[in-house]
Structures are given as structure tokens and as C-alpha cells.
Design a protein around this ligand. Structure first.
Ligand code: HPA
Length: 246
């Protein structure tokens, strides 16, 4: 099978609206089970595959996602490029709730996750280049598609990947800001590096759900609010990707 585009849906995106003639695939991988079935179908006249990163009922927390199995499953189905849709908190002042960002850099603060396919006994050790963690041509496709759909997105920004599932302290976010992070999320890594190991073009559509700790006016971040903002930003995703596939 050849899949024009695979989408890994994050919090708030558990199925892909508008996917037609769909079929489900449960794929066994050498790394165990993916987060759930991969659903393939037709969208905008092309073949699309969708996988819910946290499972279709959001039962898999960020630190327990089997990122290797997910990427392996999409690759083995014949995905030619992958878009990760990720809910994030905004650190930069212009990255408030409902803003959509196509980041261009990553700082990884996660720990204890399997970050490489060569993390297996006897596997060849590879040190891949990761200077540019996202595939620039695919980032451009996303940005051009959003422009055609008349949806504002911010081009570039540094995604700080944290362990979760808890949100961060104000001090942690202040440190991340000093480090140069513009966004914070829990699932951007190791997804991006595993895609690179498989030589799968990969880019991220980051949906800002809230201002990160200490960056907005609120003393506390409410999960209800996060999901309300996410629903609004998520509704734009199929329109952007529809233009990308045209
Ligand atoms: N921090 C980390 N991940 C997130 C946040 C946040 O504030 N909001 C949505 N995902």
C-alpha cells in the first residue's frame, strides 16, 4: 500500500473527520503494539492513514506511548510522509490559546523513553543528523497549505518536549524560556527522531491549548479550558491537510 500522508493525532484528535472508505489495520511490530489501529482511507482524493497517539479513548499517557511501534506501523503500511498533530502550551507571548504553529526546532527534556530503533541488542548503531529535526520541505507544504486555506499559522518556533503527564512548574517554564523554547508539549519527542531514523519526512502541527505555567494571566491551568481551545484549533486541521494533499 502507498499512503500519501499519515497523521498522528494528539489530544483532542482521535479520528480523522472526512476520511472515507476507511479500513482498520492492527499492525504487529518488532517493538510491540501501536497506540491502536491505523485507520486508512480516502481524503481529498488521496490515501491518508490516521493513528490516535493516545489511543482512540485517550488511555495512553505521553510517557507511555509506544512511539517506536507507532512510527514502525505507519512506515510498514507505506506512509510517505507523516504529520504529528500535537497539543502544546504557549511560552512565547504571540503563541496563546488557539494559535497554530509549525515549529522548526526541538529541545528534548524527556527521559526514560525509547528514543532510537537501534536501542535493541545487536542492532547497528547509527548517529543520524538531527540539526533540523523537522523536514523543511514538509514544513513548507504545511505553511503553504494553511495560507491556501486562509488559516493563520506561525512559521517556526522551538518545541520543548517534557515528560508529563503533569503540566510544568512556573520555574520549569521560566527555565525553558531561557533555553529558547517557544512551546511546550509532552509528545514531540521521540516521535520526530524516530521518523528521521526511518527516513520518513516528518513535520509538526502544534495546536496551542493554553499559555504554559506562568506565561498567561491565570494562576492555574484548567483542563476544561485546554480542551475547549484544542477543539477550536483541531477543527482547522483537516482543512489545512486537505490543501496540502491537493
Ligand atoms: N505543557 C505541556 N504540554 C501541554 C501543555 C502544557 O502547558 N498544554 C498542552 N499540552
Amino acid at each position: 500500500m502507498s499512503i500519501d500522508l499519515a497523521v498522528i493525532g494528539g489530544s483532542g484528535l482521535y479520528n480523522f473527520p472526512g476520511l472515507e472508505n476507511s479500513s482498520r489495520h492492527r499492525i504487529d511490530t518488532p517493538f510491540g503494539a501501536a497506540s491502536g489501529d491505523v485507520v486508512t482511507g480516502d481524503f481529498a482524493g488521496r490515501k491518508l492513514a490516521f493513528l490516535a497517539r493516545h489511543g482512540e479513548s485517550h488511555t495512553v499517557p505521553p510517557h507511555r506511548v509506544n512511539y517506536r511501534a507507532n512510527l514502525w506501523a505507519l512506515h510498514s503500511l507505506g506512509a510517505r510522509k507523516v504529520i504529528g498533530v500535537n497539543a502544546v502550551g504557549g511560552i512565547r507571548a504571540d503563541m496563546g490559546p488557539r494559535v497554530i504553529v509549525v515549529p522548526d526546532q526541538i529541545i528534548d527534556y524527556t527521559h526514560g523513553r525509547y528514543t532510537s530503533f537501534c536501542d535493541v541488542e545487536g542492532a547497528e548503531v547509527r548517529h543520524i543528523d538531527f540539526s533540523e529535526p523537522y523536514t523543511e520541505s514538509l514544513r513548507r507544504e504545511l505553511i503553504d497549505a494553511a495560507a491556501k486555506a486562509d488559516i493563520a499559522v506561525i512559521d517556526g518556533g522551538c518545541y520543548g518536549a517534557t515528560q508529563g503527564p503533569r503540566l510544568e512548574t512556573r520555574a520549569e517554564i521560566a527555565r525553558m524560556k531561557r533555553d529558547g523554547c517557544d512551546l511546550v508539549g509532552m509528545t514531540g519527542m521521540p516521535e520526530a527522531v524516530l521518523a528521521r531514523e526511518l527516513e520518513l519526512p516528518y513535520a509538526c502541527l502544534a495546536l496551542v491549548a493554553n499559555f504554559a505555567a506562568g506565561c498567561g494571566d491565570e494562576a492555574e491551568i484548567s483542563i476544561e479550558e485546554i480542551f475547549a481551545h484544542l477543539a477550536a484549533a483541531t477543527a482547522e486541521v483537516p482543512r489545512i491537510l486537505g490543501h496540502l494533499l491537493k
